[in-house]
Design a protein around this ligand. Sequence first.
Ligand SMILES: Nc1ncnc2c1ncn2[C@@H]1O[C@H](COP(=O)(O)OC(=O)CCCC[C@@H]2CCSS2)[C@@H](O)[C@H]1O
Length: 342
Amino acid sequence: MSQAPRVRILLSETYNPWFNLATEDWIFRELDPSAQTLFLWRNDNTVVIGRNQNPWSECNLTRMEEDKVFLARRTSGGGAVFHDLGNTCFTFLSAKEGYNKTANITILLDALSRLGVKAQASGRNDLVIPLEDGPRKISGSAYRETKDRAFHHGTFLIGADLTRLSNYLTPHPKKLESKGSASVRSRVMNIRDLQPEASHEALVEAMIGAFCDFHGATAEPELLEPSFLESQPSLKRTFDHYASWDWRFGNAPRFSHQMVEYLSWGFFEVHVDAENGHVTRAQVFSDALYPDLVQDLQAALVGKPHSRDGMRQAVAEARSRHPAQERELGELEAWLMGQVEV
Ligand SMILES: Nc1ncnc2c1ncn2[C@@H]1O[C@H](COP(=O)(O)OC(=O)CCCC[C@@H]2CCSS2)[C@@H](O)[C@H]1O
């Protein structure tokens, strides 16, 4: 007779998405291959984009910055999602032989039914509630596999702020063409709208019950103390990686951005191509009276990050050669900085 797999249940106590993603990564790397592991966690105030996504085209970075919303990039594919404390995340981690997406979906649906919620799996990645006017998404999943291990992680919308969700996932209007994957925008709803008693705590309990019953094993949930995790040098390095501009923005797929504006001193059309979040090619068209300045700006943009700092640096270079146009360059700088958003 084959032995029931050992199960491990880990609970995070922090709401910082970079820390939680680093913890997930750490669990994945340190994984006991003979066990089925379930990690349950929450992020506050966060948009998480997929590995191949462009933050400038997927989310509203201006609003996110105004409201101090974290941007995180994960290592799995798929689209952009919003998290607050009304959203609960789960991760199933195992060795590749023990990886079974269908089993995970059975566990997720069982956990929901323990809360009195009848959901269905839809497409490849979503759990939905079938309503009369069409399905509403309550959960989205994404996946990662390496040579010998795999994880499946996802969300549960329990009582998230859906206005904020939609605000941050509606990008600032701009002309931007990007490679990479686009999110599949869905109609969403909260579990609490069906089941007012639903809560993070109740879902955690239901998930643990469904997971243990499915695998025919039990385990005491392990609380991951932030102080313990902080003392792990590899986790600290991974945290720094998740928090870095290079991972979150610089890892964007190639894109081009066209910016057009009538400034008080002339019409401007600025086209930039960006790779790794940095401008690789720039063209500036303008009917302004200072053609040399326009040329200098065009040259200065190349190599700069597609960021406010990058725009500031490019304009500063133009300013050093055209000090008399201080006022005009100030206006240009403010416009360009608004266009790149972060
Ligand atoms: N929190 C949350 N849960 C479910 N669906 C959401 C959420 N936020 C936004 N959406 C809706 O899903 C689409 C994007 O769907 P799409 O299918 O493109 O992407 C996903 O679902 C990815 C799920 C990733 C789960 C990870 C688990 C740990 S860290 S993030 C978006 O446009 C909204 O309509």
